[in-house]
Design a protein around this ligand. Structure first.
Ligand code: AHR
Length: 522
């Protein structure tokens, strides 16, 4: 028997909506085709932006989109992407397939996308091949008053009102594709560039994000925090789950039980990186004024056979759904440090939410997880303590279950549990507490995401193979729940308190004393 103890009285604080963020780069068919079809297209659109994609993104309450890159950001010159489309200068997308980008999707189109989806903008600026002046002027163009030179240009291009930029990234992967810099050098470059980022909107302060580390490169985080923490709101971290090696990553759809295990084990390493980078950040920023921004995460496989190697197009299976679920659990459980996370990437690229083929669109298993987990956005995280069995393969073991929980403003608790085992169901006794006192349950319901095979996926012919369904057979008594999770599943439980207690505003208990699931701190 597996057990989960939920303590509604213990919290690390609020789960920022932005933890459920996304990333759309000028890469392959991500923007062009996937989001932008242009005003002349026969595919239904609003101002050139696909209606089906907008509706799908709205349905999962996408809080923020990061754009235009990735590596592309450091070769993007924003002035090429404004004004009449027929006059826009094309560019070669050198990082991603050497293809021509006609710049028809630019600043105005990006903000229109955000407006249609109802999300915040996270704009990544060009440090690698751009100047301070270019970056300053872009911020003025986006956020400055109509009376400023760039604001006037924006108005002439059809948008007199300034937009709000909630997050601005000063470069991307500046240790690699963003300029191959050393941390000491980038720390100074960051300090310089951010000095000239104007804050035009007193009603919408723009948060500055420094280009951060990846995986276990602690030195980059150490130097950046030491030299520039005072000038940043967030520091990024990139982590991709790659089942095998960088050269031969593995197939997205053709894999067995061993690769299922390896992939999930590698996905769980994200928690180690968050803890380790968080510890370095804590030394320089004990009051946690700088947020960790995991602005690229997700699975990365070999491209689908027959597709352009530079377009990073991959299918998406139930395995990806479980990677997404454990990653979101990790972010929820570390909401006291993680201020934003952005899945790579939104449409047709890497661990996509959505795949398109001409006018057709399907949502992936990963999308379904975001749909299930949207309930956590903005909630108060609550502590979970799991006692579970090992799931072992070839002498290596991980926990069979993985969880996170939150409480909404109405007092309802949302518990997300993942059963990582591909063949064994898990019977779980869940107990609900408020500190030492029992937390009485009035009612509980649940939804489950699973599928017949570990490789199950949604396709053009079978778009609903991996889908959310109700989970029945939940036993409720006093403060106890009995639930059985099918093998290889993600379950979202909704637990209503006996006396409708309003959600707490303030976290109780110290951040470090609150349990964050098995393997979590404290
Ligand atoms: O998401 C694909 C690429 O991965 C991004 O452009 C880059 O930042 C990272 O290396």
């Amino acid at each position: 028997m597996h057990t989960i103890r939920v303590d509604v009285g213990a919290s690390k604080g609020r789960i920022a909506e932005a933890i459920y963020g996304h990333f759309a780069e000028h890469l392959g068919r991500g923007i062009y085709e996937g989001i932008w079809v242009g005003p002349q297209s026969s595919i239904p659109h609003i101002d050139g932006i696909r209606t089906d994609v907008v509706e799908a993104l709205k349905a999962i309450k996408v809080p923020v989109i990061r754009w235009p890159g990735g590596c592309f950001a450091d070769e993007y010159h924003w002035k090429d992407g404004i004004g009449p489309v027929e006059e826009r200068r094309a560019m070669v997308n050198r990082h991603w397939g050497q293809v021509l980008d006609d710049n028809h999707f630019g600043t105005h189109e990006f903000f229109r996308l955000c407006e249609l989806v109802g999300c915040e903008a996270y704009v990544a600026g060009n440090v690698g091949s751009g100047t301070v002046q270019e970056m300053t002027e872009w911020v003025e163009y986006m956020t400055g008053p109509e009376t400023s030179p760039m604001g006037a240009l924006r108005a002439r291009n059809g948008h007199p009102d300034p937009w709000a930029v909630k997050f601005f990234g000063v470069g991307n992967e500046s240790w690699g594709c963003g300029g191959n810099m050393r941390p000491e050098y980038y720390a100074d470059v960051y300090r310089r560039y951010q000095t000239f980022l104007p804050q035009y909107r007193s009603d919408h302060r723009m948060q500055k994000i420094a280009s951060g580390s990846h995986d276990g490169d602690m030195d980059w985080t150490e130097v950046l925090m030491r030299e520039a923490a005072a000038q940043m709101d967030g520091l990024s971290l990139h982590y991709y789950t790659i089942p095998s090696t960088w050269e031969h990553k593995g197939s997205a759809t053709n894999f067995g039980l061993e690769e299922w295990f390896t992939t999930l084990k590698k996905a769980l390493v994200l928690e180690d990186w968050i803890q380790m980078h968080g510890e370095v950040m804590d030394r320089y920023d004990p009051t946690r004024t700088v947020g960790l921004v995991v602005d690229e995460w997700g699975t990365w496989y070999d491209v689908e056979p027959g597709t352009h190697p530079g377009f990073l197009y991959q299918q998406n299976t139930l395995r990806d759904a479980l990677v997404a679920a454990v990653s979101l659990n990790i972010f929820n459980n570390h909401c006291d440090r993680v201020m934003m996370a952005n899945l790579a990437q939104t449409v047709n690229v890497l661990q996509a939410l959505i795949l398109t083929q001409g006018a057709a669109m399907i949502t992936t298993p990963t999308y379904q997880v975001f749909r299930l987990y949207a309930v956590h956005q903005g909630n108060r995280q609550v502590a979970t303590k799991i006692s579970t069995r090992d799931y072992s393969v070839g002498g290596e073991a991980i926990d069979q279950l993985h969880a996170s929980a939150s409480q909404d403003a109405g007092g309802v608790v949302h518990l997300s549990v993942v059963n990582l085992h591909p063949q064994k169901a898990a019977s779980i006794q869940i107990s609900m507490h408020q500190g030492d006192a029992p937390w009485g349950i009035a009612e509980a319901s649940a939804e489950v995401l699973s599928a017949p095979e570990i490789t199950s996926k949604n396709t053009w012919d079978t778009p609903n193979q991996v889908r959310i369904q109700p989970l029945t057979g939940i036993g409720v008594r006093e403060n106890w729940l009995d639930v059985t999770l099918p093998a290889k599943s993600v379950v979202e439980l909704r637990v209503v308190p006996m006396a409708a207690a309003p959600g707490h505003d303030e976290p109780s208990g110290s951040r470090h004393q609150v349990g964050a699931g098995k393997g979590g701190k404290g």
